[in-house]
Every structure is written in structure tokens, then in C-alpha cells.
Write a protein that binds this ligand. Structure first.
Ligand code: ARG
Length: 472
């Protein structure tokens, strides 16, 4: 391991196993860009406030820029010989410019440094995820637009319930992802707070200007309490919670894609590019991608619990336990990002079997509610109408037919109010288009929902690329 920056008060070297056990560089090295970005801002602030000279600051900043480029070109290996990314970069800096490099860490600690790095990283990651959520939402809207004429059975208890527009079903997911978007946006506002300068926990005795650093890094505000600054992880828990809820939505959709592509449903066919075969059964084409989306939801839930459990017993302020926050957060960021990217790509390539969906939309007595409603329209109380429709369904089951296969005479034996117009009333599009209530499946309502969604998407600006401040 490289020379330790904190070796001063130690007489004996660190145990090898302890070095391995405590190292985080193998995963926190992905924060190198944010670490350098934060250091550059800090360094400039120190010079602005007269704590170090402008010449010293320029040398440090220039060298940090070179280190950044060298890391990006793979010239510096960030491996387990370093404790963490902060030490690795600082060691590299002092190796290059000697003692001046040692001035960078004035008026800060690794505790506020990691707090800053994670906020910078999360700010970017959340923005990327928000853009991907929007991408999936626009895919859903496009599909809903194309499929306005496609009907399907709506389900409750996974039993045929009432016919609906396939577009209406798709737009339900649009709404869920819309709330996910809002949740991430909300969490982004609480992430976007600048902690650097809180140092170990108590603040610093130098005349620093945290607002200057915040402006430089594009943060709208500075965190209010230095103890909170180094020990708060609730914005990460909030992120993991939002990620878990989003994945729950994805997983529900994935589950539908899996069952809908079965021979029993045969509603859809997922493109070959998103399926795999079996090593033993030559005929198999498995929906692995949605299955893994469903499966990976589990680890995203697990990450939330890892963080909640990690934080629950910690006294203020910083504790080393907090180093364990990174892998679950990174895993949720990576899993959600990859899942959304794939979902956005897979959805438009799914083949929809309109005929099969339409055939199924009218099977299983999905018009039974409307049969009752027909009688209600002829002054029969709903409870009575419900009972009569139920008896007609029973009659159809016994005679092996669908509702619309009954003759008018047969229907009349159940209630005299039935008339010739009942058949038009039970037409699948009449059923659908009568459901004009707010948020209902009627074609006009779904068209309105699509139009609203398009407006929402058009007025939604990209979230990423807003905060790129690195001085090169
Ligand atoms: N690697 C540490 C972490 O991720 C950085 C802060 C270390 N602070 C300390 N006092 N040891 O939390």
C-alpha cells in the first residue's frame, strides 16, 4: 500500500488484512472525476479566500487536470494499493508537485470530501435516470398512439373483467413512470446541496467561503449543519427507495410481458434480439430480458434495506460504516440505468397480436357488466340487473356460448326489457367508448390522455448535462 497520509500518530504499520478490509478504492475509484472536480473548486476557493496563494492553487489545479486526463487514458492505475479514491489522488498529486500538493487538503476532511463526491455523482446519476424514465414514457405514448384501435381484455384477479383499449393499459404505465419521475426530481433537490467545508464534523477555523465553492460547483445552496453534512445519507436512502418503487413498476410490466408472450396468452411476441434459446429444447424462445428485469428488482429492494440497516444505529457524526453506502447505491444506479435503457429499446420492437387480443377481449363474458347496465338504462335497479346478467352468464356457461351468441328471444326470457338494440350495446367498441368517466378507457379519453402526455413530454427539459463544471 502507498504511504499513508495519516501515518503521523502511528508507531506500527497497518496489518495487511486490515488494509484489504478497509480499502474502498476498488469501487469508489469510479468517483475520480467528481473527486477532482470537487478538489479543483476547493483549491480555487482556498486561493480566493487568501488561505493559499493563487500560484499554488494554479499549480494544484493544473496538476489535478493532468491527473484526470491520465486516469481517463488509463495511465494511472487506481487499485487496491490505495485506501480510497481521495488518498489515491492526493498521493498522486504530491508525487507530482511535492509539498504544495499537501496544501490542497487544508480546511477539509475526507468526511466532507466523500459527502461532496457522492452528491456530485448522484446529481448526475439521478438526472440520467430521469431522462431515461422520460424516454420510456415517450415510447409508451408512441405505442399508445399507434394502438388506439387495439382492444384487449382488462383483468382483475387475472380473470377477464371488461374490455379496454390496449393504449389505455399502456398509458397506465405512463402514469406510474410519471410519478417515478417526480420522485427522482424531488430527491434531486435534496441531493443538490453542498457539504464541502464542514470538514471532519465541526466546520473549520479558516476563513473559507462555502458559498463560493457551491456556486463554482453549480449547487444552489450550502448544507446548513456541518454534523449533518458528513453523516447524512437520507438522500441516498431516498434515491434507493425511489429506485425500488420504479423497479416495482418495471417488474409488473415485465411480468405482463412474460405471461403475454406465453402460448396461453399469445398477445405479444418479443423480438428475437431480446430473447434467448434453451441449451436442450430447440424450440424454446425465452423472454429472458423481462424475466431479468423482474429478477433484478430484488437486488434493488435489497440495496434499499442495506442502506436503511446501515444507517439506523449510527451515532453522529461520521462513522466508517458509512463507507458501505457506496456499493448498494452504485448497484441501484447501474441496475436502474441499464434496465430503463433496455426497456426503452425493447418495447417498440414487441409485436402485438391485435387479432388475438381482440378475440380475447370479448371472451369470458367481459360484456356482462354492460348487459346489466343495459337493463339499468331501462329502469331496472342495478342490484337486480346484476343478478339477471349473472343468470344469463350461467345459462351461457351451461350451453357453451358467449353472451352475444344468445338470441333476443332467449334474453327476453330473463327480462322483458331486452330489445334488438342490446347487440349493438354489447359491441366491444360501444362498451369501451361508453366509459367516458375521468381517466376511463373510452377512445376520446385515451386520446386526451395521449395529448396531455405529449404536452408534458415536450415541455420537460432534459435533466442531465445541466451541471458540468470541471475546470480542465
Ligand atoms: N472512504 C471513506 C468513505 O467512503 C472516506 C471517508 C473516510 N473518512 C475517515 N475518517 N476514515 O466513507
Amino acid at each position: 500500500m502507498a504511504e499513508k497520509l495519516w501515518k503521523g500518530r502511528f508507531e506500527q504499520p497497518t496489518d495487511k488484512l486490515v488494509e484489504e478490509y478497509t480499502a474502498s478504492v476498488h469501487y469508489d475509484s469510479r468517483l475520480y472525476r467528481h473527486d477532482i472536480e470537487g478538489s479543483i473548486a476547493h483549491c480555487r476557493m482556498l486561493a480566493e479566500c487568501g488561505i493559499i496563494s493563487h500560484d499554488e492553487a494554479s499549480l494544484i489545479v493544473q496538476t489535478l487536470g493532468e491527473i484526470l486526463r491520465d486516469i481517463e487514458r488509463g495511465k494511472i492505475e487506481l487499485d487496491s494499493s490505495q485506501e480510497d479514491i481521495h488518498m489515491a489522488i492526493e498521493n498522486e498529486l504530491t508525487a507530482r508537485i511535492g509539498e504544495t500538493g499537501g496544501k490542497l487538503h487544508t480546511a477539509r476532511s475526507r468526511n466532507d470530501q466523500i459527502a461532496l463526491d457522492m452528491r456530485l455523482f448522484m446529481r448526475e446519476s439521478i438526472a440520467t435516470i430521469m431522462d431515461l424514465v422520460r424516454l420510456v414514457q415517450s415510447t409508451l405514448v408512441e405505442m399508445a398512439q399507434i394502438h388506439l384501435g387495439t382492444v384487449m381484455p382488462g383483468f382483475t384477479h387475472l380473470q377477464h373483467a371488461q374490455p379496454i383499449l390496449f393504449s389505455h393499459h399502456l398509458m397506465a404505465y405512463y402514469e406510474m413512470f410519471g410519478r417515478d419521475f417526480e420522485r427522482f426530481k424531488d430527491c434531486l433537490a435534496r441531493t443538490d446541496v453542498m457539504p464541502l467545508g464542514s470538514a471532519a464534523l465541526a466546520g473549520v477555523a479558516f476563513p473559507t467561503d462555502m458559498n463560493w465553492t457551491a456556486r463554482r460547483l453549480g449547487f444552489p445552496r450550502v448544507i446548513a449543519n456541518s454534523i449533518d453534512a458528513v453523516s447524512d445519507r437520507d438522500y441516498l436512502i431516498e434515491f434507493c427507495s425511489n429506485a425500488a418503487i420504479l423497479m416495482m413498476h418495471v417488474s409488473r410490466m415485465a411480468e405482463e410481458l412474460v405471461i403475454w408472450s406465453s402460448a396461453e396468452f399469445a398477445f405479444i411476441e418479443i423480438s428475437d434480439a431480446f430473447c434467448t434459446g434453451s441449451s436442450i429444447m430447440p424450440q424454446k424462445k425465452n423472454p429472458d430480458v423481462p424475466e431479468l428485469m423482474r429478477g433484478k428488482t430484488g437486488r434493488v429492494y435489497g440495496n434499499l434495506f442495506a442502506l436503511l440497516t446501515l444507517a439506523k444505529g449510527l451515532p453522529l457524526a461520521y462513522n466508517r460504516d458509512l463507507q458501505e453506502d457506496k456499493e448498494p447505491v452504485f448497484d441501484s444506479v447501474d441496475t436502474v440505468t441499464a434496465t430503463l435503457r433496455l426497456l426503452g429499446k425493447m418495447l417498440p420492437q414487441i409485436r402485438i397480436s391485435r387479432d388475438r387480443m381482440a378475440e380475447m377481449a370479448v371472451q369470458g363474458f367481459t360484456a356482462a357488466t354492460d348487459l346489466a347496465d343495459y337493463l339499468v338504462g331501462r329502469e331496472v335497479p342495478f342490484r337486480k340487473a346484476h343478478h339477471i346478467a349473472g343468470r344469463i352468464v350461467q345459462h351461457c356457461i351451461q350451453t357453451g356460448r358467449e353472451l352475444t351468441q344468445c338470441s333476443l328471444d332467449e334474453l327476453k326470457t330473463f327480462h322483458k326489457a331486452f330489445d334488438e338494440d342490446v347487440f349493438a350495446f354489447l359491441d366491444v367498441f360501444s362498451i369501451i367508448d361508453r366509459r367516458l368517466s375521468v381517466g376511463g378507457t373510452a377512445t376520446v379519453r385515451v386520446k386526451e390522455a395521449i395529448a396531455r402526455a405529449k404536452m408534458e413530454l415536450e415541455s420537460s427539459e432534459p435533466s442531465s448535462k445541466k451541471n458540468t463544471t470541471t475546470e480542465k
